[in-house]
Design a protein around this ligand. Sequence first.
Ligand code: TRP
Length: 454
Amino acid sequence: MADDKKSQQIEWSSRFAFILAATGSAVGLGNIWKFPYVTGENGGGAFVLVYLLCVLLIGVPLMMAEIMLGRRSKENPIHTMEILTEEAGADLNWHYLGWMGVAAGFLILSYYSVIAGWSTAYVVKAFFGSFSGANASEVKAIFDNFVASPMQLIFWHSVFMLATMVIVARGLEKGFEQSVRLLMPGLFALMFLLVGYAMTTDGYFKGLDFLFKPDFTKLTANSVLVAMGQAFFSLSLGMGAIMVYGAYLPKNVSIAKSAVIIAGADTVVALLAGLAIFPIVFSNGLHPNSGPGLVFETLPIAFGNMFGGWLFGVLFFIALVFAALTSSISLVEPAVAWLIENKGLTRTKACVYSGLVAWLLGFGTVFSFNAWKNVKLFERTFFELVDYLTANLMLPVGGFCIAVFAGWIMHQEHSKEELDLPGEHLSYAVWKFLVKFIAPAAVFLVFLNVVGVL
Ligand code: TRP
């Protein structure tokens, strides 16, 4: 009966198509905008090390779990949790997990779209040569003036949100594969080029040291939480985004291999962004902890002063906007799929409603950089609050529950059958150990540590 209501009857055309889509979701502003600035705010090397450990020990096994749950039910996350709890004979309260995921998706999208709007505006600025020959303070002034204007931010936020919703309304399959296929290599090439430029600056080794030389005295309980939250955020985990993509995955594809490739690509892009940005920070006497403006205050200096910088600048910001688009669609797709399948809305209507909610919420973030700059709750602006709530609390809690569900509730035969790991039972045992014990315990301990119990 439910069949005619399914929005997800299609399957990815190949394993490669799935990997492209999931990598498209993972690689985005989280890698290029957020990773560098949170690394800068949290002291560098030690933070990066904790981040990498989180990706490896929590991120990869959890990504496998999400793909697995999605593929098993072939449904949206809320319904997935309902079907799978029934299959496991477990408490139905588990489906609230799906709800929290949808809520987290909206909250993240609301600010994601604002920052993606900045990136869109920067395509235009780069095109009109705003950065040509500019020094650090001129580039900073361009950024400061820009974010001081709510009207401009609202305009670009609206443009980006509209673009996201138009793509989601047309359905994921159309044109999506091709655009990610082009985007990923392009983005990689541009990142390498920027790292190449960074190598020519006299801050290069200082930047390397900052990123890779751990100074554990700089690591607070809160920065460990931020590192863990960043791993969830960057890999798109903990809210069902990867679950939705898993629902389209053909049976014969290896979940483990896919997860390793996706997480690997995501991590490489983040590290390249760090390698490009911190040398520019140090060679221009800037501060690593300058916050969410960091990328926008550093990379334009490179474009303004390198050979071919005009062209590369325009291309880079276009690539960034595309990377943000392929991520933002995965933030609303769970909600849209649910509205279609369970509430009987048409795809277009589902998109209009979801888009409106996220767009309105985004105003809070817009004003956090100007009119409400000094309006703070728990010492945080609206943007900082929403970011903290989602990345550092909701995603890890969601991830914790997904790990517990996959490790403790779901029947062993089912997870074994879905994952179909090669080589006796060892690799399955490793995965099981990680989702059953390590991932939930890590999240729990980090939380305890932050509230000061440990
Ligand atoms: N991972 C994306 C980025 O790094 C953002 C993102 C897309 C996301 N979908 C998500 C984050 C789901 C958390 C959950 O830019």
